[in-house]
Design a protein around this ligand. Structure first.
Ligand code: PGA
Length: 251
């Protein structure tokens, strides 16, 4: 059984005051035993959101991290600092980090190893561009990114990661992938790498209340990485609700 997992990626949104308000609202309406929930506010709001979520069962995530525990790396945040705040998940290799901040398959792989070593669950984001999609290279690209991120991990370590398949052309566009098409890509990755059998694979890219049930009932879609629709309590709670009603056994 792979428990459903819904992750809110707030990106560069929410001041501390706004983050507190959203966390409080979600605490009131979102929790359900069928679904694991993770909120990933910006670094500046992690401490405040940790306070608001205390005892709620909702977990805290970061949007990226440096791989080293400390050092002369101006502007960076380390896994030790995140652990101190109660962070238990970290998104690694989001397409925006790869596109704007030079994240590579190699840097993602070393961050994955570091996150695991520090007891933080990496949510490894992979996905093809619109051009790669049009050229029919989706599976090749997604498999290559996944394999690279898991490089050098033991089978046991692989079991501790989470993967997020996010077609780049679907992120923030309002145009989600067809549920069956996303499922096919995710099933391909899972079947190609047998150690991913029990690993949760999330879908990301314009997932919202209206399409969450159709996505979540697909056998290989175990949850969602939500951007825009995670920024208000009602739209995020609608996705959690759809996930709770679509909970399913492992395939
Ligand atoms: P979106 O973003 O839900 O706004 O498409 C998803 C993501 O970037 O993780």
């Amino acid at each position: 059984m792979r428990q459903a997992l819904i992750v809110g990626n707030w990106k560069m949104h929410k001041t501390v005051a706004e983050a507190r308000e959203l966390a409080r609202a979600l605490r009131a309406c979102a929790p359900t035993p069928e679904v694991d929930i993770v909120l990933c506010p910006p670094f500046t709001a992690l401490f405040a959101v940790a306070q608001e979520l205390h005892g709620s069962g909702i977990s805290l995530g970061a949007q990226t991290m440096h791989e080293l525990p400390s050092g002369a790396f101006t502007g960076e945040v380390s896994p030790v600092m995140l652990r101190e705040l109660g962070v238990s998940y970290v998104i690694l290799g989001h397409s925006e980090r790869r596109q704007y901040y030079g994240e590579t398959d190699e840097s993602v792989a070393s961050k994955v190893r570091s996150a695991l070593a520090h007891g933080i669950t990496p949510i490894i984001a992979v996905g093809e561009s619109a051009q790669e999609h049009a050229r029919g290279e989706t599976k090749r690209k997604v498999l290559a990114q996944t394999t690279a991120a898991l490089q050098g991990l033991t089978e046991e370590a692989v079991c501790a990661v989470t993967i997020a398949y996010e077609p780049i052309w679907a992120i923030g566009t309002g145009l989600a992938d067809e549920p069956a098409d996303a499922n096919e890509v995710m099933g391909y990755i899972r079947n190609f790498l047998p150690s991913l059998r029990d690993v949760r694979i999330l879908y990301g890219g314009s997932m919202k209340g209206e399409n969450a049930a159709a996505l979540m009932t697909q056998p290989h879609i175990d949850g969602g990485l939500i951007g825009g629709a995670s920024l208000t309590a009602s739209s995020f709670a609608a996705i959690v609700d759809a996930a709770a009603h679509s909970s399913k056994a492992a395939t």
